[in-house]
Design a protein around this ligand. Structure first.
Ligand code: UT7
Length: 322
């Protein structure tokens, strides 16, 4: 049995921050941000009660409702995130409690922007092994809390939000999957955790903020993602022409259009929401999938190729029949 997505959901904070607004905080401009990234605005949490947990739970609830699946029928919940509200327990356990899914095993995955794909591939592997039947996968980020809002090289890029997919074990659905990591590139995109405060160590108490060497990540993305796409298609014996939609990690519209160009494909095959969401890391692909699904763009039998890359470094792809 393979993983088949039977419902999608998402949850974005109500509040948006436009490029014009950010240019009142740091030395930037709408022109710079739009021309370098395609981002016009991003959603940001704006109250203490709007959290990774609240967004993840709501996105999950919407995906289950779309699928017509009762939370009590879930036997697996995986949350992909790098910005949980808790070091422990996992966000997935807290979502389980919020949804009322007592029979589910729940845990988190940290694979940055590839996290949703790692989670989907993990669910697919469980299903192929016959271990579970119904899963909920959520990608969620509150990146605004790990951003240095005085650093213009990162603060204009990222946004908050959650996306989810309800998945069931089925004869058809996933066609092929691929994922990988290269820890030697760990330093080009990282966020350190809290410092140790034990009696023997005297370290700085500064909170860790996200650091990114943008140009290095850009080079990695425009090389690795097309390789992933061609490799997963080869695995499945399909070509780029067989794919109805490419749902790529939404980091930068220049990366997406470069990939479309490399593959000699029209941009219409690459739906994008980066202009209004910015980069939401693990949430970006499931938010986009939900938007595309709810817009009625998907027909039964369509071939979708999901692909992403991120900190780690990590990369992943999933080829599936809708
Ligand atoms: O999901 C995680 C994956 N992350 C990504 O995929 C990000 C990949 N990287 C990128 O998308 C691009 O590298 C960026 C959008 C981050 C940066 O674009 P770039 O064309 O590589 O710009 P740059 O870093 O080469 O910076 C060019 C100039 C610099 O000024 P100087 O040194 O030429 O005077 C920067 O200081 O732009 C300056 N700059 C800014 N100016 C206005 C950097 N950030 C800003 C800003 N506003 N926000």
């Amino acid at each position: 049995m393979r993983a088949k997505i039977i419902g999608t959901g998402s949850c974005l904070p109500d509040k948006t921050a436009t490029n014009e607004y950010l240019s009142t905080i740091v030395d930037t401009s709408d022109e710079w941000i739009q021309s370098r990234t395609g981002i016009a605005e991003r959603h940001l949490v704006s109250s203490e009660t709007e959290t990774s947990l609240s967004m993840a739970t709501e996105a999950g609830r919407r995906a289950l409702s779309d699928a017509g699946l009762d939370p009590k029928d879930l036997d697996l919940i995986i949350v992909a995130t790098v910005s949980s509200d808790f070091i422990t327990p996992s966000l997935a356990c807290m979502v389980q409690r919020g949804l009322g899914a007592p029979h589910a095993t729940a845990f988190d995955i940290n694979a940055a922007c590839s996290g949703f794909l790692f989670a989907l591939n993990t669910v697919d592997a469980y299903f192929q092994a016959g271990i579970y039947q119904n899963a909920l996968i959520i990608g969620v980020e509150t990146l605004s809390k790990i951003i240095d809002w005085a650093d213009r090289t990162t603060c204009v890029l990222f946004g908050d939000g959650a996306g989810a997919a309800a998945v069931t074990a089925s004869e058809e659905g996933m066609i092929a999957s691929l994922q990988g990591s290269d820890g030697s590139g760990g330093d080009i995109l990282l966020c350190k955790s809290r410092s140790n405060n034990n009696p023997y160590i005297s370290t700085s108490k500064e909170p860790g903020y996200l650091f990114m060497d943008g140009q290095e990540v850009f080079k990695f993305a425009v090389k690795k993602e097309p390789e992933c796409i061609l490799s997963i298609l080869e695995q499945a014996g399909l070509t780029v022409e067989d794919v109805d939609y490419f749902l790529l990690h939404q980091a930068n519209y220049r990366i997406i259009s470069s990939i479309a160009r490399k593959l000699k494909l029209p941009l219409e095959k690459f739906p994008s929401n980066v202009s209004h969401c910015g980069n939401t890391s693990a949430a970006s692909i499931p938010i986009l999938l939900d938007e595309v699904n709810r817009a009625g763009l998907l027909s039964k039998g369509d071939i979708l190729l999901l692909s992403g890359f991120g900190a780690g470094l990590t990369w992943g792809a999933a080829l599936l029949r809708w």
